[in-house]
Design a binder for this molecule. Structure first.
Ligand code: NAD
Length: 333
């Protein structure tokens, strides 16, 4: 029988994380730092692994994001928009890359695509005959919110593709607020006695989920693509994730200049160190880097678990802030 104190702690953690998810995803107003959320999430994951009898499909460890708000029209994603598993150390990244080799049943080096982990909000953009016809949030991964009129206001996001694009193309990427634009926005808001944002991530997510797109239009949002969802004419697509990002770029979609292909897991570690050192100089906030098995056939062989692909991992940076002020409350990280 499970120790009642363990059951109680699991219930307590689930209740806490459910509340934090709502504050973060639905209200765009978190009350705890991400590092604290991550710590509690991992504690719950560990307890569920040690006590499989307590596992539950409704646990926050099995879910992505949060349900869409009723105020928006709902969009059913044709392919789910998932989360990413996390690594917080060399050991955890090495364990991931070892699992990849084992699952692929190969001792050969695996090529990875390395990308900055942009700290904003995930969006799905649907292009039909080259025209942007729909924008949606990730929501709970299955159903998102229709934010078409809002994404249309993002200046570096093309309304019309160029070149030899597929007739139907779903692009996935991140909407974010560059650091300088965020600081300028908050300065102006403060001077005008308006609401300021706690950080660029909340500014981006909050600006994107406005019911009035004229408000979104006034916010300095940017977009970078990092993948594809459903695509007609799969045959035109490259068999490497890195090359697919170059194809998106050829069709007019902005991608980060920091995207890089490396030939093995050691290349990933070097990329992590390099970006960590240059973190402060980047125009946008990142909370880590993402590594994706580059070969699409290998990605398909690896597949997914409930909330994340097995072929990718986010290697998170150490928490940056010693003390962050969120909505007037101080938090020690
Ligand atoms: P995640 O942020 O760990 O990773 C998945 C997301 O990464 C994707 O949805 C996408 O938006 C983003 N991403 C950025 N760059 C990417 C790239 N190059 N390729 C692919 N994806 C990229 O997962 P999540 O499920 O969105 O959120 C979980 C995290 O959010 C937690 O680890 C925590 O840090 C934070 N969170 C905080 C609170 C809080 O109360 N402070 C609450 C909930 C979640």
């Amino acid at each position: 029988m499970t120790d009642p104190s363990v059951t109680q702690r699991v219930e307590q953690l689930r209740a806490l994380l459910t509340r934090y998810n709502r504050e973060y995803y639905e209200l765009d107003a978190p009350t705890v730092p991400d590092a604290e959320y991550d710590r509690l999430f991992r504690e719950l994951q560990a307890l569920e692994q040690q006590h499989p009898e307590l596992s539950h499909s409704h646990s926050p460890t099995q879910k992505v994001g949060s349900a869409p708000l009723d105020a928006f029209t709902q969009v059913q994603h044709e392919a789910p928009m998932l989360s990413l598993d996390n690594a917080f150390s060399d050991e955890e990244f090495n364990a991931f890359s070892k699992r990849v080799n084992e699952r692929l049943d190969t001792a050969a080096a695996v090529t990875y695509c390395c990308e900055p982990k942009l700290d904003g909000a995930a969006v799905s953009l649907l292009y039909e005959d080259g025209k942007l016809v729909r924008g949606a949030t990730r929501g709970d991964g299955q159903v998102g919110e229709d934010i078409t009129s809002n994404v249309r206001t993002i200046r570096n996001l093309p309304l019309q593709l160029q070149g030899d694009y597929p007739a139907r193309l779903e692009v996935r990427g991140e909407v974010f607020m560059p650091v300088k634009a965020f600081a300028d926005y908050n300065d102006k808001a403060l001077a005008a006695g308006e609401k300021t944002f706690a950080n660029p991530r909340n500014a981006a997510a909050g600006s994107l989920r406005q019911l009035d797109s004229r408000i979104t239009a006034q916010r300095p949002l940017h977009f970078y693509a990092y993948g594809m969802g459903v695509v007609s004419a799969e045959q035109v697509l490259a068999d490497s994730h890195y090359q697919r990002l170059q194809q998106l770029s050829d069709w007019g979609l902005p991608i980060s200049a920091e995207v890089k292909q490396v030939s093995d897991a050691e290349g990933c570690s070097a990329y992590y160190q390099d970006i960590l050192q240059r973190r402060e100089q980047l125009r946008y906030e990142i909370d880590g880097v993402v590594f994706k098995v580059d070969n699409i056939k290998q990605q398909q062989d690896l597949g997914f678990v409930s909330r994340a692909p097995r072929w990718a991992i986010a290697w998170k940076f150490p928490a940056q802030e010693e003390m962050t002020v969120l909505h007037g409350v101080d938090f020690q990280v």
